[in-house]
Write a protein that binds this ligand. Structure first.
Ligand SMILES: [Fe+2]
Length: 186
């Protein structure tokens, strides 16, 4: 089929289903203890059980200019003392690169912000396409009680800058409230 090792790409198709995604690329798994520092508080039960918070299935694409990377993320439901499970979030290392998300299942928010201090939260779910412009960091939050599943595509050479987000965080955190969700200034 296709090679990640430098052979010329040919058109191809991959399938996914409810029970398994076979994208033939990297499979990234983030467990609670890997990313617990991104949450405001810690939870000893989660530390002990160390559940998978999210996993990513990438296409078999080389990370080079001209290619498009695609992937599916499954972000599981749950909270850390009320703060919804979320992804680490990142800027692109090549900042002038955009990204498109297509919601497949569940319901979530994409938190977006720029280094100039702008902040937006947009909904993702089935039948919703989210456009993340260049220069905007992005983090996904699952605000539903089922896995949030979405497809993403972006320039394959974009790279991931997690460090800036780790240092500065996102402007707002999303908690479960009595009547829905709560935005909490961090
Ligand atoms: Fe991205």
């Amino acid at each position: 089929m296709i090679s990640k090792e430098g052979k010329d790409m040919k058109p191809f198709v991959v399938n996914f289903s409810d029970i398994g995604i076979d994208f033939k690329g990297n499979h990234i798994v983030r467990k609670y203890n890997d990313i617990k520092h991104i949450f405001k508080t810690t939870d000893p039960t989660l530390e002990r059980e160390n559940p998978v918070i999210y996993e990513v299935f990438e296409g078999p694409i080389q990370e080079k200019e001209g290619e498009l990377m695609f992937l599916i993320t499954i972000l599981y439901p749950g909270t850390v003392n009320g703060e919804f499970f979320m992804t680490k979030g990142h800027y692109h290392t090549v900042e002038n690169t955009a990204e498109v998300y297509l919601g497949l299942r569940g319901k979530g928010l994409i938190l977006c912000q720029t280094k100039k201090g702008e902040f937006e939260a947009v909904e993702i779910g089935p039948n919703k396409v989210v456009y993340i412009p260049p220069f905007w960091a992005h983090r996904t939050v699952n605000i539903s009680d089922e896995p949030l599943i979405f497809f993403a595509v972006y320039p394959a050479h974009a790279g991931h800058d997690y460090e800036t987000v780790e240092k500065e965080g996102f402007k707002k955190r999303i908690f479960r409230g009595d009547n829905g969700i709560l935005f909490v200034e961090q």
